[in-house]
Design a protein around this ligand. Structure first.
Ligand SMILES: *[C@@H]1O[C@H](CO)[C@@H](O)[C@H](O)[C@H]1NC(C)=O
Ligand SMILES: *[C@@H]1O[C@H](CO)[C@@H](O)[C@H](O)[C@H]1NC(C)=O
Ligand SMILES: *[C@@H]1O[C@H](CO)[C@@H](O)[C@H](O)[C@H]1NC(C)=O
Ligand SMILES: *[C@@H]1O[C@H](CO)[C@@H](O)[C@H](O)[C@H]1NC(C)=O
Ligand SMILES: *[C@@H]1O[C@H](CO)[C@@H](O)[C@H](O)[C@H]1NC(C)=O
Ligand SMILES: *[C@@H]1O[C@H](CO)[C@@H](O)[C@H](O)[C@H]1NC(C)=O
Ligand SMILES: *[C@@H]1O[C@H](CO)[C@@H](O)[C@H](O)[C@H]1NC(C)=O
Ligand SMILES: *[C@@H]1O[C@H](CO)[C@@H](O)[C@H](O)[C@H]1NC(C)=O
Ligand SMILES: *[C@@H]1O[C@H](CO)[C@@H](O)[C@H](O)[C@H]1NC(C)=O
Length: 458
């Protein structure tokens, strides 16, 4: 008892001391040879696409280690520079005089230039390089392959920058010389590689083998719109840490025989519009780790929904515009984590289990364009989280429940070409959505409901 009494004030003192020493810890003070390249950088950057307003956020009278986006080590070397999403354009050569940099993020700017004249090998300590979505174009420079400590490399989505700036011409980054193999061959520590929309089409199907053999620490591989050919290679199974695989919009065409094994580590799989055909191994939908699957727009890909156990982790399932058929097992109601379900444009038939609309986390359900799918709406409790519901071109029938007015988060409701009967519930007027069916209930703020052509609704 006595020791405890002493211990408490002691602990109190100790914690006071700790918090004092924390606030009084000397802040790193920026060194001159770090400050001057930053000041130079500031004079060469503009905050818009048209070079009319200067980038002026850093006050020269303040220690540069305290400047927005700048971080230093304890000796006052700049080790991090985050200038993401600042609408920057202009030249950033002086960044390459910050030889201690570990992290550089220039994502979301408007540079509209190539990467060729910069000399990335002058910042060899770089572990994180993010140049995504900044209107960079042309060949990816050889010196990036010298950044052997890179853990994360993101050069993706330069096209987003062009569309953000309403540019009509799109210029892509490309990997030709060096090719992908040369770029990555020394980047053994990479855990994340994002090259979406980089033109890698000169690589043939070897890209897959190369990546699996070299980047054994990879956790994220995101290569949508790269012009990659298939088939996917069986050696992807060597990537034992891979948790996210995104290959949308590449004509992969064929999955390897061990694709189920490869997928068993994945949390997220996206193979949208990959020219896949024949049978999809739907056991993937049952893998214990998988949370997100998107195989939409593979019109010749066949499959049937499996029986779902209750411990399934799926949050998002998108099978839109594939050739899935058969009935929808009532065990789909076991998917208690489901947020997004898209089964549209398929050949599902039979009865749609209506408790899906009541799943605790469901926000978006699209089962439209399944002409032989029957079903009825359920009564909606007032805590329902649905934001988007699309049932058009199905054989849904019965009455629209008055409790549809309980869907207070609903912004999108599409019920055209179903077999609903009866009147449109007046409670719909309580939703903050616009009815574009000209049925006299229209109000709200630019969101849309399509009950149009719901021929039998009177
Ligand atoms: C970037 O520019 C756009 C339009 O030119 C503007 O809407 C946006 O607020 C700007 N963002 C920043 C961070 O300055
Ligand atoms: C981007 O640069 C190209 C030349 O490299 C030029 O033709 C184009 O107009 C620029 N785009 C914008 C939106 O400034
Ligand atoms: C790159 O930066 C952007 C903007 O900060 C961010 O959204 C994106 O996730 C980053 N990429 C990586 C790989 O961290
Ligand atoms: C960059 O990598 C190339 C090829 O691996 C090598 O020949 C060159 O010496 C490296 N340059 C530097 C500065 O490390
Ligand atoms: C799509 O896959 C088929 C085989 O199913 C193949 O014959 C065709 O060449 C592929 N298309 C493209 C664009 O790769
Ligand atoms: C879709 O699958 C059915 C068999 O279930 C087959 O008859 C049909 O040809 C397939 N359609 C396409 C576009 O592959
Ligand atoms: C899954 O759902 C089915 C049908 O709704 C049910 O019979 C079954 O018990 C559920 N499975 C588990 C493991 O909970
Ligand atoms: C729609 O359902 C009705 C019965 O409710 C049935 O008679 C009709 O054949 C179904 N239509 C289609 C296209 O499956
Ligand atoms: C609209 O909401 C109010 C308040 O929540 C409720 O009293 C009223 O009955 C609702 N109107 C309709 C037509 O459901």
């Amino acid at each position: 008892m006595k020791t405890l009494c002493c211990l408490i004030p002691l602990l109190f003192l100790l914690s006071c001391f700790l918090s004092l020493s924390q606030t009084h810890l000397p802040k790193p003070y920026c060194l001159d040879d770090q400050r001057s390249p930053l000041l130079q950088l500031q004079t060469h950057l503009y905050s818009d696409f048209t070079f009319s307003s200067k980038f002026e956020v850093w006050d020269p009278n303040i220690d540069c280690c305290s400047w927005e986006g700048v971080s230093c080590d304890s000796l006052g070397h700049v080790i991090g520079l985050d200038l993401s999403y600042k609408n920057l354009s202009g030249s950033f050569h002086s960044i390459f005089d910050l030889h201690h940099l570990h992290r550089l993020n220039l994502a979301g700017n408007n540079f509209n230039t190539t990467l060729l004249s910069y000399g990335f090998d002058k910042i060899p300590h770089l572990t994180h390089l993010n140049l995504s979505n900044s209107c960079f174009h042309g060949q990816i420079p050889m010196e990036i392959s010298n950044l052997t400590r890179l853990v994360s490399l993101d050069l993706s989505h330069q096209d987003d920058c062009y569309s953000r700036n309403d540019a009509f011409d799109y210029y892509y980054l490309k990997l030709e010389k060096p090719n992908l193999k040369t770029l990555i061959k020394n980047l053994k520590f990479l855990t994340e590689l994002y090259l979406d929309e980089v033109d890698i089409s000169s690589e043939s199907s070897k890209w897959c083998e190369t990546t699996s053999l070299v980047l054994s620490n990879l956790q994220v591989l995101s290569l949508s719109w790269c012009g990659l050919e298939g088939p996917l290679c069986p050696s992807l199974s060597r990537l034992s840490f891979l948790s996210k695989l995104v290959l949308d919009y590449n004509p992969i065409s064929y999955l390897p025989p061990n694709f189920l094994e490869i997928s068993s580590r994945l949390v997220s799989l996206s193979l949208m519009d990959c020219n896949l055909s024949s049978h999809f191994p739907t056991e993937i939908l049952l893998l214990p780790k998988i949370q997100s699957i998107d195989i939409s727009y593979n019109g010749r890909l066949e499959g049937q929904l499996p029986e779902f156990p209750s411990n399934n982790a799926l949050r998002s399932l998108s099978l839109s515009a594939t050739n899935f058929s058969g009935s929808i097992p009532s065990s789909i109601e076991n998917l208690t984590h489901l947020v997004n379900l898209d089964l549209s444009e398929n050949h599902f038939s039979g009865h749609f289990p209506r408790k899906v609309f009541l799943l605790p986390k469901i926000q978006s359900t699209d089962i439209s364009d399944n002409e032989r799918l029957e079903g009825q709406l359920t009564e909606f409790p007032s805590n329902n989280a649905l934001r988007s519901l699309s049932l058009s071109y199905t054989n849904f029938s019965g009455k629209l429940p008055e409790s549809i007015g309980n869907l207070k988060f609903l912004t999108d409701l599409t019920l055209s070409r179903c077999n609903f009967v009866g009147s449109i519930p007046s409670s719909i007027a309580n939703l903050s959505i616009v009815l574009n069916c000209g049925c006299g209930l229209c109000r709200g703020c630019g969101r849309s409901v399509a009950v149009a052509d719901a021929a039998d609704v009177t």
